[in-house]
Structure formats: structure tokens, C-alpha cells
Design a protein around this ligand. Structure first.
Ligand SMILES: [Zn+2]
Length: 225
């Protein structure tokens, strides 16, 4: 699939995602957090990004917490755009390990089901609290409550109807310069393919990352071939 096909409006993007789902297209979703904020990129299987978002949180907690918010946002975007098949990456190995461990052990303790604030008729039958010690080990003890709140929300999203019961998160093994650049941008923004290309700095990093060369001009020449 070529990147021009992703469209420049929400409707166009939605319609292409629908077609791509029908072909079991495997999207790539990346999340990153920094001191300044967090960012999410959704790419097609050739790694062409068609949706990028960066956010500046209202209260500063930690880069770990910011990245967790990025993971939470990424999952919500996947649900919103009905992206069903994807590889989900974050930058921090610590975060990835913590999320994977919590996910694996979410039903292995003896904690009773909890009330579900989103749905009073259905109890939450998984636990995120019993793995909290791994938050302390990462030096995030003072942020534990906020972290647990987001982990709970992520798991709830993943397990709810139309969620992702096979949810998995990987620490990215590739360089992820664009998402890192966006997380550090200190900007609240949402861009589609045309806007991504108009941002010179992002376009430059992006094309180097995806195509292995830096100048936008070079890329334009390549595209015309
Ligand atoms: Zn428990």
C-alpha cells in the first residue's frame, strides 16, 4: 500500500483502514514518553506513518508515566479507528516489561472481582495491584497510584467488547526517532500524512528513519521515479 492512499481526512483514513483490515494488514503502533510529554504514531506495514499525535500532560509526573499515557492513548486510537491487526511498540524496556508482567499475572492472584465504574452490571475480574511492587523497583513508588490507574484503564480497554484480548506490547528494536522527537516536542498536535510532510523537521527524521536517507528533496525525487 502506498502512503498517498492513506488520505488526508478522517473519513479517508477510516475508509482505508477498513480496506486494510479486510486484507489482514498488520499496522505498527508506537508510543513514546519523555519529560515533556508523550506521542503516538500509527504506521502501515511499510512503516509509513499516517497518523501522529503528541500531547503535553497537564501535570508532570515522570517520563515512565508519560509513556504509559502514550500506550493508553495508542490503544484508544486503535479502538477508535477500528484497527484490528497491529504490532504495538513502546520505547522503554522497563515499561514494556512491567506491562507484560502485569498482563500475564492479571488473573493469577486471589483478589475478588471489583466493581466496574464503566459498567455497574459487570465486575472487573482482573487485578493490577498485586504486581505493584515492580513499580517500586523502577523507582516510581511515589507515582504508583497514577500508574495503576492507567494500567487498569489500558487493561479494561483491551478486555472490553471490541477490545484486544490478545493485547501485547513490545519494546521497539528499531530506532524510533520520530515518535521520540514528537514526545519531546512540547506540543499538543495531531497530524495526518499531508501535515506530517509539511513539517520539515519531522519529515526529515521520518524519511531518514523509513527510507534510510535524509533530505525531503531526495525523497520527492525517489517518489517520482
Ligand atoms: Zn490481586
Amino acid at each position: 500500500m502506498c502512503r498517498e492512499e492513506w488520505g488526508t481526512t478522517e473519513e479517508e483514513t477510516t475508509s482505508f483502514i477498513k480496506d486494510a483490515n479486510a486484507c489482514f494488514h498488520r499496522f505498527k503502533i508506537e508510543a513514546c514518553g519523555s519529560y515533556q510529554g508523550y506521542a503516538v504514531i500509527i504506521r502501515d506495514k511499510e512503516r509509513n506513518p499516517f497518523l501522529v499525535i503528541s500531547r503535553v500532560p497537564e501535570d508532570y509526573v515522570s517520563p515512565f508515566y508519560n509513556e504509559l499515557q502514550g500506550v493508553s492513548l495508542a490503544l484508544k486510537l486503535a479502538m477508535k479507528h477500528r484497527i484490528f491487526h497491529f504490532f504495538f511498540y513502546c520505547i522503554s524496556e522497563d515499561l514494556c516489561e512491567y506491562v507484560k508482567l502485569s498482563w500475564a499475572y492479571k488473573r493469577r492472584c486471589d483478589c475478588p472481582p471489583r466493581d466496574n465504574p464503566r459498567n455497574p452490571e459487570k465486575k472487573l475480574d482482573y487485578c493490577v495491584r498485586c504486581l505493584a511492587y515492580s513499580i517500586y523497583e523502577m523507582g516510581e513508588e511515589s507515582n504508583a497510584d497514577k500508574i495503576l490507574f492507567h494500567i487498569d484503564e489500558i487493561f479494561n480497554d483491551a478486555l472490553e467488547r471490541q477490545g484486544y484480548p490478545w493485547f501485547d506490547l513490545w519494546a521497539t528494536e528499531r530506532s524510533a526517532k520520530v515518535v521520540h522527537h514528537l514526545a519531546k516536542s512540547g506540543l499538543d498536535q495531531e497530524m495526518r500524512i499531508n501535515e506530517i510532510e509539511e513539517d520539515e523537521k519531522i519529515a526529515e527524521i521520518l524519511y531518514k528513519e523509513v527510507y534510510g536517507h535524509g533530505s525531503l528533496q531526495e525523497v520527492m525525487l525517489q517518489m517520482k521515479k
